[in-house]
Write a protein that binds this ligand. Structure first.
Ligand SMILES: C[S@@+](CC[C@H](N)C(=O)[O-])C[C@H]1O[C@@H](n2cnc3c(N)ncnc32)[C@H](O)[C@@H]1O
Length: 215
């Protein structure tokens, strides 16, 4: 928790949350992984202090491959020391690679069966949001699943107290979500047990031909 607070003070824009996600949200974000049989390639983007990482690690089996992409060196050091190192000792048959890079340029070899994304999209410019989703969908295997989350009602709330430029930006981000939902099969699950309550959005890559465009 202290590490999260330190990073939040240092870089509020990219951290984008007041607290790490809850165990309940982590369960919802990683549910599909736990239900899946056979070998998997998994990517997590923006793990922070690792609430989703812990749940992903619990689901991994020998032969699986797990890539983690995190912008903050502080968060990288924390999850390397507290989660990855101990896991590697226990389960040497699982390949884990931590990339201290932004997802826009990180050299991650696709394709992934599961992508779990914890990025604070509502803080980003719409062009960046579209570029990141394009990259994530491009990294998915056919039938692969991308799960991300957003805080419930946050765009409506923020819009009601913001100026016209912010309202326009948030509207464009909302539109990107709608375009993705139309193009790929998806589900939305409200998780009240999180501060603030959040919606876990899952998309399955079906429309391979059209998936390079996210609006
Ligand atoms: C809202 S926090 C989420 C942390 C964690 N997943 C959770 O739910 O508690 C967003 C995380 O994304 C990271 N991040 C922000 N922009 C990023 C980018 N472009 N590429 C990779 N990580 C990024 C931040 O450093 C931070 O760890």
């Amino acid at each position: 928790m202290l590490v999260f607070a330190r990073q939040l003070l240092k870089d509020r824009h990219h951290t984008g949350a007041i607290l790490p996600s809850s165990g309940r949200l982590a369960r919802e974000m990683t549910r599909a992984l736990h239900d899946h049989e056979g070998r998997r390639r998994v990517l997590e983007v923006g793990p922070g202090t690792g609430p989703f990482t812990k749940s992903i690690l619990r689901s991994l089996r020998d032969g699986d491959e797990f890539h983690i992409v995190e912008l903050s060196p502080l968060f990288c050091r924390q999850i390397e020391r507290r989660l990855i190192e101990p896991f590697r000792k226990r389960r040497p048959g699982v390949k884990i690679v931590l990339h201290n890079d932004p997802i826009q340029t990180a050299e991650v070899p696709g394709a992934f069966d599961f992508i779990v994304c914890g990025l604070p999209f509502n803080n980003f410019p719409p062009d960046l949001v579209r570029a990141i989703f394009r990259r994530l969908i491009g990294l998915l295997a056919e039938d692969g699943r991308l799960t991300y989350f957003e805080y419930a009602g946050v765009r409506v709330l923020k819009s009601s107290i913001s100026n016209e430029a912010v309202r326009r930006r948030l509207k464009q981000i909302g539109m990107t979500g709608l375009v993705l939902k139309r193009r790929h099969e998806g589900t939305r699950k409200l998780v009240l047990g999180n501060v603030p309550p959040a919606i876990a959005v899952s998309l399955t890559r079906r429309d391979v031909a059209g998936s390079e465009r996210t609006g």
